[in-house]
Design a protein around this ligand. Structure first.
Ligand SMILES: NC(=O)c1ccc[n+]([C@@H]2O[C@H](COP(=O)([O-])OP(=O)(O)OC[C@H]3O[C@@H](n4cnc5c(N)ncnc54)[C@H](OP(=O)(O)O)[C@@H]3O)[C@@H](O)[C@H]2O)c1
Length: 246
């Protein structure tokens, strides 16, 4: 039986770009997120445009019981799991997160705790198969803490570190882990946000991510120029950096 690729956060703008890039290459897909109606619309579009099989799973990553059910179903499925994309994310509101522990917890859980717990289970399936790949979407926000989004940034920075360690573990089992650090991408997450620049098209970003996976890359910035921007930002001395309004 042919493999399937699981996309977590499949209703996200970046995940749609990745889904189309994978479907163009003939991969069958399993799309997961909370919004079942939107998942069905995306799956139908992928089937019609690319002639692939696209299934749908309604999943709230904050519900750990659902992790066990999903991983159990995939482990026992006659169609092997070929790869996993984790595009789940929640930007949240930094000011609210500073005052309201519930908002801070939601940001930490959606971007870090839940993806780690779920990917651990899914990685075990790929490790046992001795093949496959994982694409995890972190963020440039995780490269340096800034006053405007440091709870989200901490969660994404933690997730990037997790992906790095997972890559180190899975490498010897024949499983590739690609860490992706997007800059600004034109999606629901960034819609209407002030101060954005060089905003990228999610379809172009999706294609770039899939190509990097095929080339066996470990970590990429998308678009590419964010690697340079973040090298500069990381190089700024802390006594100067803490005075900036970033
Ligand atoms: N856009 C950017 O500029 C940018 C920059 C850097 C990094 N990123 C990261 O890239 C990834 C994709 O971003 P995007 O902008 O394309 O995102 P988006 O359009 O805001 O989508 C977020 C995704 O997360 C899913 N999600 C949120 N909470 C969930 C939950 N509890 N359970 C299951 N799914 C949940 C949403 O699905 P449902 O609502 O249907 O559940 C949706 O598919 C995210 O990890 C984001 O942090 C984005």
């Amino acid at each position: 039986m042919t493999e399937r690729i699981l996309i977590l956060g499949a209703t996200s703008g970046i995940a749609r770009g990745i889904a189309h890039a994978l479907a163009r290459r003939g991969h069958d897909l399993l799309l997961a997120a909370r919004d079942g109606a939107e998942l069905e619309r995306i799956a139908a579009d992928l089937r019609i445009r690319h002639g692939i099989e696209a299934g749908v799973v309604v999943l709230d990553v904050l519900d750990e019981a659902q992790h066990e059910v999903l991983a159990g179903a995939l482990a026992g499925d006659e169609r092997p799991l070929g790869g996993v994309v984790c595009a789940v994310g929640y930007l949240g509101d930094q000011e609210r997160a500073f005052e309201d522990p519930r908002e801070a917890r939601r940001i930490l859980d959606v971007n870090f705790t839940a993806p780690v717990l779920l990917l651990n289970r899914l990685a075990a399936i790929l490790e046992a198969r001795g093949q496959g790949w994982i694409i995890g979407i972190a963020s440039v926000a995780g490269d340096r803490g800034r006053q405007s989004n440091f709870v989200y940034g901490a969660a994404k920075g933690g997730f990037a570190l997790y992906l790095q360690g997972l890559r180190n573990r899975l490498f010897r089992h024949g499983v590739q882990v690609l860490s992706v650090k997007p800059g600004f991408v034109d999606t629901a997450m960034t819609w209407g946000l002030p101060g954005l620049f060089l905003v990228a098209d999610p379809m172009a970003v999706g294609e770039r991510i899939v190509r990097a996976r095929e080339r066996g890359r470990d970590t990429i910035y998308v678009p590419w120029f964010w690697r340079g921007i973040m090298t500069l930002i990381r190089a700024l001395p802390e006594p100067l950096f803490k005075r900036l309004s970033l």
